[in-house]
Structure formats: structure tokens, C-alpha cells
Design a protein around this ligand. Structure first.
Ligand code: 3HC
Length: 284
């Protein structure tokens, strides 16, 4: 199947990054947000990110302009009837995603593959809302999408070989390096990352070390670009709690039991960079 137009559901942090990378690699993109305010914010994020790429000599001004011209924003999911492939990057709420998959199933042509960027939710449950569960899989990108080289593909027990092969080819065309995981809570990367982040929060909560030293230890001792608490702030403390709870609820594995501090920070609006405060403070 030839893919020319890709639909991206959601223009938040992940959806805007996915739209940027897809358009950068020559595809037309239709990106949908729930309302015009969110859509305009998302499109502005893409403009800022591509401007940074121009400033750092990663792409030319002409290539940036062509990239932006290939992206069309909408608030109507019905426009996805034009799409040859869809990546869903809405918020991490399984019921919402199931609704979106049900709608996409009736809007898109029968042969169109429906992928989810979910970080930990069940691909099979989303697939079950469609009449083509063999054409549903996970395409999990990493933040910031234009910079991170990894794509984690997730096959449910119903995903067909053809769906996998077509999606793998698309991932490669987007310049990503691919790993393949089963549809198991947390997949590969978050299954490894989240216990590490929760341990760092417990260390800090129990007063074993300062947050700065925990992060510095990992940055300088393990050569990670960010320490685990800085990374919590970067991906969103609410997202870390969400994934931890999701994996814990499904597996009852104590390594994913959220420390009390994490839950309290989320309740108090300390969601990391996006709210201006998390383990650290961020000025606008
Ligand atoms: N297009 C192309 N290149 C771009 C770009 C764009 N839109 N925006 C930035 N870049 C390039 C920059 O030019 C720079 O390249 P250079 O080093 O060759 O000049 C490089 O990307 C890094 O950009 P910055 O200089 O702006 O940023 P930093 O050097 O400060 O690094 C960071 C920022 C990449 C976020 C780094 O701190 C990092 O890698 N942190 C860890 C990120 C991480 O772990 N992400 C995964 C989170 S987990 C996840 O997403 C899963 C989910 O399910 C929760």
C-alpha cells in the first residue's frame, strides 16, 4: 500500500512532534485537535521546533517551509477519510482512545492501518473497538520526537504480519531505529524506565540524597542526558504516575507501586515543566 497522507490524532507534545517528523519526510499530514485553541498551540509548537532546526542548521529555510506546508490542522476527525495511515496521539485515557479507534474505524478506508502512540495502554483493547483488529498496532515515539531516534513498535496478538511490515517500513522512512515489543504493560522502554524513576523518587522522599545529587549521579556516573528526577519533570510527573499506576494495576508488580510523594505532587499540580514546577522550578 502506498502511503501519501498520514493522519495524526492530537497535536500535543507527542502529536506535534510526530506530525513534524512525518511531514519532514515528505508525507502530507492532517493533524486533528479537539478545539481550535489546542490546535493553534500545537501548530505553534511545530513552528517553534522547526525554527530551532533552522537555527541549528539541521534543515534549510526552504525545507522548513515545505515541511510546514505539508501539515494541515483540523478539528474534524472526519477529514481522516483522506488518510492512508493514522497515528493516534491523544491523551493517555483508554476509554477516550477506544472511542477514537471506534470512530476512526468507520471514517477510514478498510485497508488503512490505525496505530497508537500509547506509552503503556493495551493495543488489543483499542483494536477490539474496530472491525480490523489485524490492522491495529502500537507506534510509540519518544519525546522530543524530532530528536529521539527510537520507535518502539508494539504488536498485539491480533496484529498481522502485513500491518507490522508496512508500519516498520514507515518507521524506517521516518528515519527512526526500531525495536519491537509485545502488547504487555509498559512495553520495553517504560517497563525499564519507570521502576528506575520510582526508585529515584523513593531515594529523595526518604532523604537518602538531595534531588540534585541523585540527578548528577546518573548524569555524570551513567552518562544519561538527564537525571531521573529531571526526566520526570520533562515527560510530566502526571504521565509518570499514570504509567506506574497502569502497569501496577495490570501486573501487581511492586516495582511499579507509586511512592506517596509522586501522587501528592500530581494532586498539587506539580506536573513538571509543563506546569512550571515539579522536582525543580521552571520560569516561563
Ligand atoms: N529537528 C531536528 N533537530 C532538532 C530539532 C528539530 N526540530 N530540535 C532540536 N534539534 C537538535 C538540536 O539541533 C541538537 O542537535 P546538535 O546537538 O547536533 O546541535 C539536538 O537536537 C538537541 O537539541 P537541544 O540542543 O535543543 O537540546 P539539548 O542538547 O539541551 O538536549 C534533550 C535536550 C534532547 C531533551 C536531552 O536533554 C535529552 O536527550 N534528554 C532525555 C530525553 C529522553 O529521555 N526522552 C525520552 C523520555 S521517555 C518518553 O518519551 C516515553 C513516553 O512514553 C513517556
Amino acid at each position: 500500500m502506498s502511503i501519501k497522507t498520514v493522519g495524526v490524532v492530537g497535536c500535543g507534545l507527542m502529536g506535534s512532534g510526530i506530525a513534524e517528523v512525518v511531514a519532514k519526510n515528505g508525507y502530507s499530514v492532517i493533524v486533528r485537535e479537539v478545539n481550535d485553541e489546542f490546535l493553534q498551540k500545537g501548530l505553534a509548537r511545530i513552528r517553534a521546533s522547526t525554527q530551532k532546526a533552522v537555527d541549528r542548521n539541521k534543515i534549510t529555510v526552504e525545507a522548513r517551509d515545505q515541511l510546514l506546508a505539508r501539515i494541515r490542522g483540523t478539528t474534524h476527525l472526519e477529514e481522516f477519510s483522506e488518510c492512508d495511515y493514522v497515528v493516534e496521539a491523544a491523551i493517555e485515557n483508554l476509554n477516550l482512545k477506544k472511542d477514537i479507534f471506534e470512530r476512526l474505524d468507520s471514517i477510514t478506508r478498510p485497508e488503512v492501518i490505525l496505530a497508537s502512540n500509547t506509552s503503556s495502554l493495551s493495543i488489543a483493547e483499542m483494536a477490539a473497538k474496530t472491525k480490523k483488529p489485524d490492522k491495529v498496532l502500537g507506534m510509540h515515539f519518544f519525546n522530543p520526537v524530532p530528536v529521539m531516534p527510537l520507535l518502539e513498535m508494539v504488536r498485539s496478538f491480533m496484529t498481522s504480519e502485513a500491518t507490522y511490515e508496512t508500519s516498520r517500513a514507515l518507521g524506517k522512512a521516518l528515519g527512526k531505529q526500531i525495536i519491537v515489543a509485545k502488547d504487555y504493560p509498559g512495553f520495553i522502554v517504560n517497563a525499564l524506565l519507570v521502576p528506575f524513576q520510582l526508585d529515584a523518587i523513593r531515594f529523595y522522599e526518604n532523604g537518602m540524597a538531595s534531588k540534585e545529587d541523585i540527578d548528577k549521579g546518573v548524569r555524570l556516573g551513567l552518562n544519561h542526558p538527564m537525571g531521573p528526577l529531571e526526566l520526570c519533570d520533562f515527560v510530566g510527573i502526571d504521565t509518570v504516575l499514570f504509567i506506574a499506576d497502569e502497569v501496577y494495576n495490570e501486573t501487581k508488580d511492586p516495582r511499579y507501586a507509586a511512592p506517596p510523594l509522586l501522587r501528592r505532587m500530581v494532586a498539587a499540580g506539580y506536573h513538571g515543566r509543563k506546569t512550571g514546577k515539579g522536582f525543580y522550578e521552571y520560569s516561563k
